[in-house]
Design a binder for this molecule. Structure first.
Ligand SMILES: CCCCCCCCCC(=O)SCCNC(=O)CCNC(=O)[C@H](O)C(C)(C)COP(=O)(O)OP(=O)(O)OC[C@H]1O[C@@H](n2cnc3c(N)ncnc32)[C@H](O)[C@@H]1OP(=O)(O)O
Length: 192
């Protein structure tokens, strides 16, 4: 992917304009799937990320690091932090554009250690769209929205069809969303 100093997005893009049905700035975003490791409320050791819509094509998320998320003693595991950014970036894409999309590429810069007990404030912004490709980036700041940057991330999401989840996913779990083998629910316009 891009290296520091290279342009981002890496290709010509159109502005990422939020969908007319996207939640308004200030809206809290709920759990998109209760078993999601990033936001799900039924995953005890999950990240329990909470997100809301901000001004601009931006979603802000908070993630508090617990002992379940350690790599070194008292410090967050880098892979866990990447996971938090995947969720925060995906939440911006899914909720603002309302197109089912999956992460194709995720790049993280770990700028400073993130201790257990600290809360990362992640601001994810849609940077542009090129066909099915959606470019999005985020900063994660320690313990306050204006705290020091601890992690930065950039990602490419690719919009997929309904069949991505029905073909590759768990059909029984999808039935929870009212998905049959043939029919897509009318309101199923973001990721399950
Ligand atoms: C409200 C909802 C909140 C949701 C939050 C959820 C956050 C979590 C999101 C995830 O973690 S999703 C799970 C992790 N990701 C995956 O499992 C995706 C696995 N990969 C795939 O399924 C396919 O590779 C993929 C759908 C991404 C692309 O396959 P396709 O066959 O549909 O498309 P194609 O390979 O033609 O790629 C489309 C475009 O993207 C480009 N592309 C794809 N992968 C790329 C890559 N890795 N790097 C750069 N470009 C890439 C590709 O070159 C092409 O560019 P062009 O249109 O310009 O030709």
């Amino acid at each position: 992917m891009t290296k520091p100093g290279q342009s981002w997005p890496p290709t010509d893009t159109e502005p990422a304009v939020p969908h007319e049905d996207a939640p308004a700035p200030g809206s809290k975003l709920g759990v998109h799937y209760s078993h999601c490791f990033g936001c799900g409320d039924e995953v005890e050791a999950g990240l329990h990320i909470q997100s809301s819509v901000a001004e601009g094509p931006v979603v802000v998320s908070q993630f508090t690091v617990t002992e379940a998320h350690q790599g070194a003693p008292g410090l967050a595991h880098g892979g866990l932090l990447a996971c938090a950014f995947d969720e925060a970036l995906g939440s911006a894409v899914g909720n603002l554009l309302r197109k089912p999309s999956v992460t194709a590429k995720l790049e993280t810069d770990f700028v400073r250690p993130v201790p257990v007990g600290s809360t990362l404030h992640i601001a994810a912004e849609l940077d542009g769209v090129s066909g099915r490709k959606i470019y999005v980036s985020a900063d994660g700041r320690l313990d306050a929205a204006d705290g020091p940057v601890a992690v930065r991330a950039r990602a490419l999401f690719v919009t997929v069809g309904f069949e991505h989840f029905t073909t590759h996913g768990d059909k029984d779990a999808l039935h929870k969303f009212g998905v049959s083998d043939k029919e897509r629910p009318k309101d199923w316009d973001i990721n399950p």
